[in-house]
Design a protein around this ligand. Structure first.
Ligand SMILES: [Zn+2]
Length: 420
């Protein structure tokens, strides 16, 4: 009996996949539509305006998981056909959302570039933009019509070289996770160092489980891009800012937070690369980095250690939260009143959505920081920068310090692409 059920399942599985591929083929063609928007507003107020749309050759995203069911992130886009069917969705986070939490956003308007990349629809579509409210619920920010027929293939301002194939297991890019490493702060004189650092970063990406076990599911590309000036702006005043890529330390006044708001330029130099995730490799030995979910990650170069790179990639690829706290911050804020969306942080408001199923029966909640629970999944107080009211699943984890990923983060990384 079991065998016959299995044979039916084996028989049905390709049909299900075929149906999904058919859904892709009936609504999309095998190219990418890049939607360049400004995400603007201030605290508790936001809107989108579309600046430009253009097409790039090929589509590297999955063709079988067109709808994002992860419920991760602070924003969500939904694409509807003219007959009002939901044909594509993706969740993400943004610099705009982080800026909204700064004191400046109380009274001033900010204007942030974002690039949304979707498979090229065969006809005009409507795109809906959603964000989360103070209770973590989605609300619709805007709805816009995209006139696909008016889009064109992009000619970049820069001469682009063919990307380096750092670890490419297959050219069937829609079946792989495609990561592109973008060098920032390397001039043509630094080209040998750039190639050597690209190899170093590739090795780092595969240096820790579960990434080390998934080499055959991942392609790593390196863009060959030279900056105007050597090094990264922000800490060293002798290096001027305003470079094309705009990568800088000191984002929002946080010294080690390395980011860029030049998203249009960043994506423009990638028009000849298949990519699902961007890693910006910063030509600097000064500690720093950053990672925003489905946006990009950055890291400085430390030839002995890839911890910052993988930690930031945990944010940008899987939407993992930080598992550390600052002991001096005990915020009684909204964060603790709702269940955060990050899968490795809980406020215990709705723990059944998190890792409750991984707890052993006799593990107390919250779990004491004792030797007895040193290598067990528990509910340990202190996460997402605060020491009270938010909990992490393991005493230590790569999202907290230079240790292996905990079981909860490992599961999240491994299942993240499958849920899309
Ligand atoms: Zn973890």
């Amino acid at each position: 009996m079991f065998k016959s059920i299995l044979s039916v399942l084996v028989f049905l599985f390709p049909i299900v996949l075929d149906a999904q591929e058919n859904a892709f083929n009936s609504n999309f063609s095998d190219n990418t539509l890049n939607i360049l928007c400004y995400h603007s507003g201030r605290k508790a107020m936001e809107y989108y305006s579309i600046e430009e749309t253009y097409i790039t050759k090929g589509y590297s995203g999955t063709k079988t998981k067109l709808l994002d069911n992860t419920n991760l992130g602070a924003h969500r886009i939904e694409v509807y056909s003219l007959s009002n069917s939901l044909i594509y969705s993706r969740n993400y986070c943004s610099l705009f959302e982080e800026w909204q939490t700064t004191p400046e956003a109380e009274n001033t308007c900010g204007n942030f570039e974002e690039v949304i990349r979707i498979p090229l629809p065969k006809e005009d579509v409507n795109i809906k933009f959603f964000s989360r409210d103070g209770l973590g619920k989605w609300f619709e920010v805007e709805s816009k019509r995209i006139e696909v027929s008016k889009s064109y293939f992009k000619e970049p301002k820069h001469k682009l070289y063919a990307p380096y194939r750092l670890s490419v297991s297959s050219d069937e890019v829609s079946k792989k996770l495609d990561i592109v490493i973008v060098p920032a702060g390397y001039t043509q004189k630094d080209s040998l160092k750039m190639i050597s650092d690209l190899r170093l970063f590739t090795n780092f990406l595969f240096s820790k489980p579960p990434f080390s076990d998934a080499k055959n599911k991942i392609n790593v590309w390196g863009q060959c891009y030279f900056s105007e000036q050597c090094g990264i702006h922000g800490l060293d005043s002798t290096i001027q800012g305003n470079s094309f890529l705009g990568v800088s330390y000191n984002t929002f006044g946080s010294k080690r937070y390395v980011m860029t708001s030049n998203l249009f330029n960043l994506h423009e130099i990638l028009v000849n690369v298949p990519y699902d995730q961007i890693v910006i490799m910063c030509n600097s030995e000064v500690y720093g980095g950053g990672g925003i979910f489905n946006f990009y990650a950055t890291s400085y170069v430390n030839k002995d250690n890839g911890f910052v790179l993988i930690h930031e990639f945990g944010h940008s690829f899987a939407g993992l939260g930080d598992e550390y706290s600052h002991n001096d911050i005990e915020v009684e804020g909204a964060k603790q009143e709702i269940e955060p969306w990050q899968k490795n942080v809980t406020s215990l408001k709705d723990f059944s959505l998190k890792w409750e199923y991984l707890l052993e029966k006799d593990t107390p909640v919250p779990t004491p920081l004792t030797k007895e629970y040193a290598n067990k999944v528990g509910v340990f107080e202190g996460a997402a920068y605060v020491s009270k009211g938010l909990y992490r699943p393991f005493q230590d984890c790569l999202m907290r310090s230079d240790k292996p990923f905990c079981p909860v983060c490992t599961i999240e990384i491994m299942t993240c692409p499958e849920k899309r």
